[in-house]
Design a protein around this ligand. Structure first.
Ligand code: HEM
Length: 174
């Protein structure tokens, strides 16, 4: 049931006017990908700054809650850019991505990274007053965050190398 709904959604994206417009243009895809990469750089920077502070490896002059409040809007803004640009890139090859295990893995990591970032990670970074959490917990929370977001990035990078077989795409397009 969910698989067929997802497939219908991918077919709709594939056949949408914006999917066609980007797919048929020589410059629109790379243009949109520029935003995906800029968003990636800002998101990666925000995640790294906060986790280096949490592990007490850098940014020691600021308290973690202060730093979390400062990088928070950058993280949210870059996530919006990643979702909009990612969706547009996706719409050009949605059915191919449907059958692509690299994309499925990326989306799984993305879901886990988002849930983790806005629950456990947020609780620890906003509550880290210097005494409340031990070094072991802070380092573990930071490492899990870095691993999850690296998984999303690696999944994204791998997309160009993992091909969905023509047979399965033509079957999916029927
Ligand atoms: C928010 C976290 C995200 C991160 C960190 C991320 C990261 C990446 C990275 C590193 C690449 C490879 C870029 C390259 O080497 O050219 C990529 C490509 C891509 N991403 Fe994302 N992405 C994110 C969200 C999304 C979302 C939400 C979607 C779709 C709904 C998406 C769809 C794609 C597609 C289709 C490509 C392949 C572009 C190509 O064929 O070159 N991404 N992403």
């Amino acid at each position: 049931m969910i698989r067929s709904l997802l497939l219908e959604f991918c077919q709709w994206c594939n056949n949408s006017w914006f999917g066609h417009a980007i797919r048929d243009s020589r410059w629109l895809f790379p243009f949109v990908e520029i935003f995906h990469l800029i968003g990636l750089g800002i998101l990666g920077g925000a995640v790294l700054i906060l986790n280096l502070r949490l592990m007490r490896l850098a940014f020691k002059n600021d308290s973690t809650p202060e730093l979390a409040a400062e990088v928070g809007p950058w993280m949210l803004g870059s996530l919006v850019v990643m979702f909009v640009s990612g969706f547009l890139l996706f719409s050009t090859e949605a059915v191919k991505m449907y059958g692509n295990w690299g994309f499925q893995l990326k989306m799984l990591f993305l879901l886990l990274a988002l849930i983790y970032t806005f629950t456990i990670h947020r609780w620890v970074t906003r509550g880290d007053d210097g005494h409340r959490f031990g070094a072991g917990l802070r380092v573990a929370v930071a490492l899990v965050s870095l691993l999850l977001w690296s998984g999303v990035g690696l999944g994204g990078r791998a997309l160009g190398y993992i091909t969905t077989s023509v047979g399965s795409v033509s079957m999916l397009l029927r």
